[in-house]
Design a protein around this ligand. Structure first.
Ligand code: APR
Length: 288
């Protein structure tokens, strides 16, 4: 009797398997077809973009954590985002720093040591190459210095740079070459007060000179590429509106198009920075 059920079970299993094979093949074909559609759609977008921007002159890249994600630096709000694990109000705010500077320094030291070992990716390098063909500036929210490492010029580091530190009292500043080997929080060589990372902490205003420069560049540009940012944080998330008001073309590059600002984008290209930016660079190169 048992053999009978075993035999029946095997028949059913073979039928299920062959059935699931057919289902698998159908799903595979659908997937193939949709990615073909996707690629056709993407190449249509690229051709459209090329026609629109090829003769324009002033370009701005507004970048966020997403452009450095493929260099190994975690984003803030993605599934693996830093703010999923750590509370930014305790570890990345001015009130947190005033309350417990040692704890905030431990967090930034951890991030500095991670960033020190990261290198620019194809996305950073494509922007540096783009600058050799077209007038372009980079407005970055990133504090990792990877745009500069990639050879990019005309960078406005809106949120500062984690590889620099400054005195909380006097004008002293210092670049961190490698690891900080002083006890935390480090103290100023000149006035012995504590140092802080040269970054904008939550609850602080942006540097007025850098903000004015960012407003000017955004208001004067013909095209703004918005790359790897959720546009969650003001006032930087207002810069695409400055560009739009000036009649600029807005082109977003992000695997997950931003929710709030999506409707003002002229183009929203779904993809990673390392995949899309070299293709956008090629559009410009193909003109020459
Ligand atoms: N290529 C392009 N975009 C990517 C990639 C990638 N490989 N990976 C993730 N992204 C996108 C995500 O879809 C998301 O929209 O990058 C964006 C990252 O968003 P956030 O983590 O919110 O980072 P960002 O927008 O830079 O945050 C702004 O918030 O916490 C503060 O000071 C911090 O500068 C930061 C600011």
């Amino acid at each position: 009797m048992l053999y009978y059920f075993q035999f029946k079970y095997n028949i059913v299993k073979i039928k299920l398997l062959s059935h699931s094979k057919k289902v698998f093949l159908i799903l595979y074909r659908i997937n193939q077809y949709s990615s073909l559609l996707d690629n056709n759609h993407k190449s249509e977008i690229f051709q459209n973009i090329k026609d629109k921007i090829i003769d324009l002159d002033e370009f701005v890249f507004l970048t966020g954590a997403g452009i450095s994600q493929e260099s190994g630096i975690p984003t803030f709000r993605g599934p693996e985002g830093l703010w999923r694990k750590y509370d930014p109000m305790i570890l990345a705010s001015i009130s947190g720093f005033n309350k417990n500077p040692k704890l905030v320094w431990e967090f930034y030291k951890y991030r500095q040591e991670l960033i020190c070992n990261c290198t620019p990716n194809h996305g950073h390098r494509a922007i540096a190459e783009f600058q050799k063909i077209k007038n372009s500036s980079v407005l970055t929210q990133n504090i990792d210095g990877l745009h500069e490492k990639a050879g990019t010029k005309n960078i406005v580091e809106l949120h500062g740079n984690i590889l620099r530190m400054q005195c909380t009292e006097c004008e002293f500043q210092e670049t961190i070459e490698q690891k900080i080997d002083q006890p935390l929080p480090p103290v100023c060589k000149l006035c012995k007060n504590i140092l802080r990372p040269s970054v904008i902490l939550f609850g602080e205003p942006l540097n007025p000179d850098r903000w004015t420069e960012a407003e000017r560049l955004s208001s004067d540009c013909d095209v703004m590429f918005i790359v790897g940012t959720s546009l969650n944080v003001g006032p930087v998330n207002q810069l695409p509106l400055y560009a739009k008001r000036n009649g600029a073309i807005l082109i977003e590059v992000n695997p997950e198009p931003t929710a709030v600002f999506n409707e003002i984008m002229d183009y929203s290209i779904k993809g990673s920075a390392t995949e899309i930016l070299p293709q956008l660079l090629q559009l410009q190169k193909n003109k020459y």
